[in-house]
Design a protein around this ligand. Structure first.
Ligand code: DMJ
Length: 459
């Protein structure tokens, strides 16, 4: 017992050591030292990047506890370097970014007999190459992006035009006929930017057709389900929400409208957000939430919200609904504060982690929402939240090599995984919120779902 108390005190002190001390500012509100936090995020970014380089250079990822290298498929696609490159540029690591750009130009190749997830490789690699191309003008990155885009094309050969989930990069063989709105609808930004820079409308047109086909299959009350067969067009799951498998479909409708000015995308967003607000939104004594319902009736409400849903305040804020965004974000931050990390899924009525969802995957969405809400409101509370999150990441997820997934946020047990979105999103959003808009003018870009900024208004 004494040992447990002693350990508890040690853990508490360890947490305190890492937490930045809030300071009183002139207005009498708590403030955080943004410059010093931005510098600390930069240091952590570079420390983790060196961890990847020294243990796994040329592989897709490093395992941050064991130090083993890991590939997603039989051969490396350089997922971490490509996903990280624009962050390296934005954080001001110019020499490292130049050398990594040379490395990618020399070693990246899509001519591989591997069957990949179109969604994942699109958001991490196609998006990463295109934003780095926009930041540097390096035509070799655009060449790589176009080559990858072409290899995705067989995915659209389904009878409905909605893409299959997987494609073999070398043979074009497709598989995965049961897909979902997120994987079908989260292509239009990357494909549209590829069309813009290659002056080939094919990519935008295919991604738009896929979205259109999906939208046509919404229910009478304007909701989509969680899984759909791209060959038959039949829904195979009627669960409707703003979380995994649906999330970035909604996100890309609004952002696609901002980026390309396509009124069809705006009309689709308007129809969906009305339905989502009517059926999924929920208030209780603990806050504002978005839960799960039957897409056809809007009934059978399940009070589940989680780490992936935490992007939704960012999109609500972007679309002008700051008030709901702020209430929803604060509700979820209160869940973060229980354990100092967030669960993958949480029951907002019983106030418990949903069994089997105790893992924290180093996800960025809660930080992304802090960043958007701070941009729109300039309210210091969002800086304080981001500061607390950064402090918790250091207290619980930090390893000698980088940062790791926490298998169980209640016990603190570590797993051994560091996804590329640590660089692509998690540390990038933390840096951007602390560093301020001199680094990147929020109004001049649209962030992809993997936080790759794409320039608004042409090239
Ligand atoms: C990222 O790959 C993207 O943000 C995606 O849209 C959802 N999941 C991860 C981060 O959590």
């Amino acid at each position: 017992m004494h040992r447990i108390i002693f350990l508890g005190v040690l853990m508490f002190l360890a947490g305190c050591v890492n937490r930045p001390v809030p300071q009183q500012n002139d207005a009498g509100t708590l403030s955080v030292d943004r410059d010093s936090l931005a510098q600390r995020v930069r240091d952590e970014y570079m420390r983790s990047w060196q961890g990847y380089k020294s243990h796994a250079m040329g592989w897709d990822e490093v395992l941050p506890v064991s130090g083993q290298p890991r590939n997603w498929y039989d051969e490396s696609l350089l997922i971490t370097p490509i996903d990280a490159l624009d962050g390296m540029i934005l954080l001001g690591f110019r020499e490292e970014a130049d050398s990594m750009r040379e490395y990618i130009a020399a070693h990246a190749s899509w001519d591989k007999d591997v069957t990949v997830s179109v969604f994942e490789i699109n958001i991490r690699c196609l998006g990463g190459l295109l934003s780095s191309y926009e930041l540097t003008g390096d035509e070799r990155l655009l060449y790589l992006a176009e080559d990858l885009g072409k290899r995705f094309l067989p995915a659209f050969s389904s009878p409905t035009g909605m893409p299959y989930r997987f494609v073999n990069l070398s043979t074009g063989r497709i598989s995965g006929e049961v897909s979902n709105p997120a994987e079908i609808g989260t292509l239009i930004i990357e494909f549209g930017i590829l069309s813009r820079h290659t002056e080939n409308p094919l990519y935008y047109d295919l991604a738009k057709r896929a979205i259109h086909e999906l939208y046509q299959r919404r229910s009478d009350i304007g909701l989509v389900g969680e899984a759909i067969n791209v060959e038959t067009g039949e829904w195979t799951s009627i669960s409707s929400h703003v979380g995994a498998c649906i999330d970035s479909y909604y996100e890309y409708l609004y952002k696609g409208w901002l980026l390309f000015g396509d009124p069809d995308l705006k009309a689709m967003w308007d129809a969906h957000i009305q339905a989502v607000n009517a059926y999924c939104a929920h208030k209780n004594d603990k806050g504002t939430w978005y839960g799960r319902v039957d897409m056809n009736t809007g009934n059978s409400f399940i009070p589940q919200y989680g780490a992936l849903e935490a992007f939704f305040p960012a999109v609500l804020a972007l679309s002008g609904d700051i008030e709901t965004a702020s209430r929803l974000h604060t509700s979820w931050f209160n869940v973060w504060a229980i354990h100092g990390l967030e669960p993958e899924a949480f029951n907002f009525e019983t106030w418990e982690v949903i069994p089997g969802n105790e893992t924290y995957y180093l996800r960025p969405e809660i930080i992304e929402s802090c960043y958007y809400l701070y941009h729109f409101t300039k309210d210091e509370q969002y800086l304080q939240m981001a500061s607390r999150i950064f402090s918790d990441l250091q207290a619980y997820c930090k390893t000698d090599i980088g940062y790791t997934v926490i298998r169980n946020i209640i016990t603190g047990e570590k797993a051994d995984r560091m996804e590329s979105f640590l660089f692509g999103e998690t540390l990038k959003y933390l840096y951007l919120i602390f560093a301020g808009e001199e680094v990147l003018d929020f109004e001049k870009v649209v962030f992809t779902t993997e936080a790759h900024p794409m320039k608004r208004g042409g090239d």
